[in-house]
Write a protein that binds this ligand. Structure first.
Ligand SMILES: *Cc1c(COP(=O)(O)O)cnc(C)c1O
Ligand SMILES: [Zn+2]
Length: 453
């Protein structure tokens, strides 16, 4: 049995360790979350960066993968690697977004679009690792609750692996593209009458009571895979840390994993400074923001979480403690943005030729809000326009084309219920940057006149 990697309870006063060969999601002692901890004493740090770059020249599937290329920081030993399920995930470029930079008020802004993954979201970084662990454990059936992308990713990797998968979806609340994926990849798709938080609780209880292996980000293997987003990003930047990394916050697995890997890289001496992690939530689904502004020691949940950015419509994020740890370690912050701000930011990203789903656009919206208010109004988050910032875009534009088309047709509505939590009416989102289609008869003269050429 391998002892190079262990589960460890994140509560320092408990700190119990367990074998990773056990199906655990929470500390059996105190119910707190688990980390996977490493014994890096045998890791040859000096040669790591060089082997990472050398693997880019290789055609071996494990080297081609933007996750497994960084396998020294993953909880798998050489002997376990031949059963890994990979689809060449990762390898997403970092792009300049000059129109977004101007829009938010930065000299320069770069984005890393994780929507360009096999199943169209960053979830693939974690899923390749979690499905590989399911196989190592000999799991028969795996399951997750999902706002859509976790299920799409899980279903795809399970189809590759020939593993049965069950997805629990909040009925009528996920983007169509994501539902289509789960169906096509052959997952048993259960539509639960309730919110994501209800579906999450249900599947967690079932995983505790039955043999179902849980694939949500409470499963530490998911977060281990998602760490490689940062490894790949730093590799692409020649291991020069940006000043700030901005990421949307839903269940808070992604931001948590970024914090964890930065701690590990610091410990290994592979980086000498820490980029500040800035998490952005939607105003109607902002439990972490509420927790921070009230300096609460416990999560302040949002009972009727609501946003059109369905990927982050989560009121009780599982990984909130790890996210708080990530913010503390990196001197970061969590903020919130309105539906209007998200919609406009997404349109500006589009103008840079970069598509994403609404949840991803919170990053650009959040930067704009923070830069607009920098200084006196918001001393806790002063962003200098000269900062070196990378925004993480999490999901593909075509996951939710309804949203985009409705924005450009000026028919995007926000659900006002979440604002006063009583009145169920709709408010209109202004289509500030609309690019509506133009109807013309099949007439060349008219078209030439329209084009002004
Ligand atoms: C899952 C998801 C998020 C939220 O990530 P968390 O790790 O749950 O905070 C954001 N955007 C997209 C597109 C997602 O699929
Ligand atoms: Zn514990």
């Amino acid at each position: 049995m391998s002892e190079c990697f262990r589960f460890r309870c994140i509560d320092d006063s408990c700190g119990q360790e367990f074998s990773i060969r056990k199906k655990l999601y929470q500390c059996p002692g105190c119910r707190d979350l688990l980390d996977i901890v490493y014994d890096f004493s045998r890791t040859d740090v000096d040669s790591l960066k060089e082997s990472f770059s050398r693997r880019r020249l290789s055609n071996r599937p494990l080297d081609v993968s933007g996750v497994w290329r960084y396998r020294e920081l993953l909880p798998f030993e050489a002997g376990d690697l031949d059963r890994v399920v990979t689809m060449g995930e990762g390898n997403n470029p970092i792009l300049d977004a000059p129109r977004c930079a101007e829009y938010v008020g930065l000299d320069r802004l770069r984005v890393k679009n994780l929507g360009w993954n096999p199943s169209g979201s960053f979830k693939d970084y974690g899923m390749t690792v979690a499905v590989s662990q399911a196989i190592r454990l000999g799991a028969q059936v795996v399951a997750c609750a999902s706002t859509g992308n976790t299920s799409a990713s899980m279903a795809a990797y399970c189809a590759r692996a020939g593993l049965r998968s069950v997805v629990f979806l909040p009925e009528g609340q996920i983007a169509f593209g994501k539902l289509a994926q789960a169906l096509d990849y052959g997952a048993l798709t259960l539509q639960i009458q309730g919110s994501f938080d209800v579906a999450m609780k249900l599947v967690q209880e079932l995983a505790a009571e039955t043999d179902l292996y849980l694939m949500n980000s409470i499963n530490p293997f998911r977060l281990e895979g998602q760490k490689t987003v940062i490894l790949e990003l730093l590799d692409q930047l020649g291991w020069q840390c940006p000043d700030r990394i901005v990421v949307p916050g839903g269940n808070l697995g992604n931001s948590s994993s970024y914090g964890k890997v930065l701690m590990e890289l610091k410990e290994l001496g592979m980086i000498d400074r820490i980029p500040r992690i800035t998490i952005i939530q939607a105003e109607g689904a902002d439990p972490l923001y509420r927790t921070l502004v009230t300096s609460s020691q416990e999560l302040v949940p949002v009972n009727d979480a609501w946003t059109l950015a369905s990927a982050i419509k989560i009121g009780q994020p599982i990984s909130w403690k790890k996210a708080v740890r990530a913010l503390q370690f990196s001197d970061g912050w969590c903020d919130e943005v309105t539906e209007q701000e998200i919609a406009d930011a997404k349109a500006i990203l589009g103008r840079d030729g970069i598509g994403c789903e609404p949840a991803s656009a919170t990053t650009v919206a959040g930067l704009k809000r923070l830069l607009d208010a920098s200084g006196e109004e918001r001393p806790e988050v002063t962003i200098d326009p000269g900062e070196n910032v990378v925004a993480i875009l999490t999901g593909h534009q075509l996951k939710d084309p309804d949203y985009t088309v409705n924005y450009h047709l000026d028919s995007l509505y926000e659900h006002a219920a979440y604002k006063n939590r009583i009145v169920d009416k709709h408010g209109k989102i202004r289509s500030t940057y609309a690019n509506a289609p133009v109807q013309v008869p099949p007439d060349k003269e008219q078209i030439v006149r329209l084009l002004g050429i």
